[in-house]
Ligand binder design. Sequence first.
Ligand code: HEC
Length: 137
Amino acid sequence: MTRALATLLLLLAACDGWPESAPPPPPSAAPEGAIPRGEAARRAALAPPGPPVDAALLAEGAERYAIFCTPCHGAGGQGDGVVVARGHPAIPPLPGDVDRTMAAIAGNLAGAHPVADRLDPRQRWAVARYIATLRGE
Ligand code: HEC
């Protein structure tokens, strides 16, 4: 009995932790022609320069802009939306810069832009390109 106990203790003493496992191999690069999905697709869709600027994109942008942006920025982007008429502090005219628009949406600028989950990447580009036309850029 004592001997069995001693053997058991000896065996347990050998279990002093897990052996270090080898680090996993780095992910392999996507094969050529692979179509990104999920988060990778979203990142790719948000990467400049975005979709080609055509009439369809600008029309989509005008529609989304009217819904999500005019209450504050006004139809022409001059900062004269209805909220300003109702007492919101003055809002400066929109810069036409596409990157600044994309950043304002992605970063919920000033807490006034919680629309990142309402506008998919294409719609964000559409709005940004549309605003650029408002400013004549
Ligand atoms: C609730 C009101 C409100 C709405 C709705 C709103 N904005 Fe704004 N936006 C503001 C205010 C206020 C500022 C000025 C913030 C500042 O200067 O700190 C601003 C600033 C900006 C700027 C300037 C960013 C910069 O770099 O200076 C951009 C671009 C912009 N908004 C884009 C948009 C777009 C695109 C939409 C629609 C998807 C939108 N905003 C909807 C209130 C709003």
